[in-house]
Write a protein that binds this ligand. Structure first.
Ligand code: KIV
Ligand code: ZN
Length: 553
């Protein structure tokens, strides 16, 4: 544990609260890769999931605990600590059992249990008296402690709870063994002034609080999540609960990059530090966006495409000689090096391996072989290959769900004359080739119709986005899509908080110098996730959740 009073722990919940975002469904391979990247980014705690949600969720958290929560062979004792791996549990024995079953494999496991404390949640959701809530907190924190030294307790909807009741509940949680007290503004209701005061009150009035870490967990319903988290930190909280790109339930959570870069850029104001390697921020942001299919709005602070866009204008007009006229952060500080030539046509496999490992991708021999083939192919079409191109290739080639249907070929005819037509060749799981032609309103529509005719997995396309990864006419086109199953065996996911289940949606990602091919790959990767989750082609270790936990009354 870092005893520096000015150290703010970064608790990343992208894989738990972030994955509760409408639309975010990650395969276990994607979760594992994100967890590795979060560790490289320097987060202190990874909340890896909600193990009670399903056997797959439990297995996903267990894998992260084992593979990311332990030092790799040969890692020196001096290298930085591995992150704490945390599992969420409602305040019930069976949830806590499952959380422990999953996180115990980590060198530094944590159980995070929660129970609502606001009048509205106690009366209508829990149907419990305040006294019963206090008793359950006591018992379940103590039960968590019987497994694990590191126990975090959250009074859900603290932002709308009575502060005096909160002090009481938190005091009891400390007595029962809680080491971190997380204060959630679950519905994003408070203002920075109110939230700062709430934390100040907790710091001043909770017996035993000085021996714990107080955390802030804010939601962005009013666009105040980052401001509220920072107000809480200024009032004494030393753990910030955040997600990459701010993804999360409804309007999302406090974004990691905003908190980390504010504390970094305005050191003089806050006088605080984090363990975040800011140069990793852009890479992890792109990875999360690609894997979840949730695109980042262009004007998003720190990681939006326009966040540093003034650069180009400045260079062009040459009028502004001092960069800090409009720039409070350097793009390099968040890892943007978009014009950097990293590799070329003559680079060999070893050079590719070295560059990918510098970028944080440790591929095995087969994965490297696959990526090298794509790299050579790209190098034939594109003169300069940048880090961003390499990242797109790896996420396109390696971190895809198990391919149920794979793209064997595509041809389109489009333009101002005649009907847009696509001919698609797909290989099914038995190795059989299917060829289908279709017409559509445009080449993408025709391609998707042809794929639909072969795959027969009715779905609605919820989102479609396309962007060029680098500048220039030869840029790789990167496409993300999000789809929802229409009927049949529709996978659902339960929210740990509301207990409600909702239909999963699936994101897909594809990258290619031919934009229509990228569109086809993206759609197919989303469809493969849907098929894997629905169990139509047998479920695999990489498939997403289907079985769901019983909601707790
Ligand atoms: O927003 C919230 O209250 C949560 C808790 C489970 C910590 O995510
Ligand atoms: Zn939350």
């Amino acid at each position: 544990m870092n005893n520096n009073p000015n150290y703010v722990r970064i608790f990343d919940t992208t894989l738990r609260d972030g994955e509760q975002s409408p639309g975010a469904t990650l395969t276990s391979a994607e979760k594992l890769e994100i967890a590795h990247s979060l560790a490289r980014l320097g987060v202190d705690v990874i909340e890896a999931g909600f193990p009670a949600a399903s056997p797959d969720d439990l297995e996903g958290v267990r894998r992260i605990a084992t593979e990311v929560g332990n030092p790799v062979d040969g890692e020196s004792a001096l290298s930085r600590q591995v992150p704490i791996i945390c599992g969420l549990a409602r305040a019930t024995k069976s949830d806590i059992d499952k959380a422990w079953e999953a996180v115990q494999h980590a060198q530094r496991p944590r159980i995070h249990t929660f129970l609502a404390t606001s009048p509205i949640h106690m009366e209508y959701k829990l149907k419990m008296d305040p006294e019963e809530v206090v008793e359950q907190v006591r018992e379940m924190v103590a039960y968590s402690k019987s497994y694990c030294d590191d126990v975090q307790f959250s009074p859900e909807d603290a932002g709308r709870s009575d502060p005096e009741f909160l002090h009481l509940v938190l005091g009891e949680a400390i007595k029962a063994g809680a080491t971190t007290l997380n204060i959630p503004d679950t519905v994003g209701y408070t203002t920075p002034n109110e939230f700062g005061k709430l934390i100040e009150g907790i710091m001043a009035n909770t017996p035993g609080v000085e021996n714990t870490v107080v955390a802030v967990h804010c939601h962005d319903d009013l666009g105040l999540a980052t401001a509220n988290a920072l107000a809480g930190i200024q009032a004494g909280a030393r753990q910030a609960e955040v997600t990459i790109n701010g993804i999360g339930e409804r309007a999302g959570n406090t974004s990691l990059e905003e908190v980390a870069m504010t504390l970094h850029t305005r050191r003089a104001v806050f006088g605080l530090e984090t363990g975040i390697d800011t140069t990793q921020i852009s890479r992890v942001s792109r990875m999360v966006s690609n894997y979840t299919g949730i695109t980042v709005q262009p004007n998003k602070a720190i990681v939006g495409a326009n966040a540093f866009a003034h650069e180009a204008g400045i260079h062009q007009d040459g009028q502004l000689k001092n960069k800090s006229t409009y720039e409070i952060m350097r793009p390099e500080t968040v890892g943007l090096s978009h014009s950097r030539l990293v590799m070329g046509k003559h680079s060999g496999r070893h050079a590719l391996k070295v560059r990918l490992s510098e970028l944080g991708f440790d591929l095995d021999d087969d994965e490297l072989k696959q990526t090298f083939v794509r790299f050579k192919d790209l190098a034939d079409k594109k003169k300069t290959i940048t880090d961003a191109d390499l990242e797109a290739l790896v996420s396109d080639e390696i971190y895809q769900p198990r391919e149920i249907f794979s793209l064997d070929g595509l041809q389109v005819a489009c333009g101002t004359i005649g009907m847009p037509t696509a001919t698609v060749r797909l290989i099914d799981p038995d190795g059989e080739l299917h060829v289908q032609a279709a017409i559509g309103t445009g080449p993408v529509d025709a391609t998707y119709k042809a794929i639909d005719a072969i795959v027969q997995a009715p779905n609605t396309l919820l989102e479609f986005s396309i962007r060029a990864i680098t500048e220039g006419i030869d840029a790789l086109g990167e496409v993300t899509v999000r789809i929802k199953a229409e009927n049949g065996s529709i996978p659902r996911r339960m929210s740990p908080q509301s207990g409600r289940t909702r239909r999963l949606t699936f994101g897909g990602h594809g990258a290619d110098t031919d934009t229509i091919v990228a569109c086809a790959k993206a759609y197919l990767s989303a469809i493969n996730k849907l098929l894997a989750a629905s169990g139509r082609y047998g479920r695999t270790e990489k498939s997403t959740e289907v079985a769901i936990a019983e909601p707790v009354p």
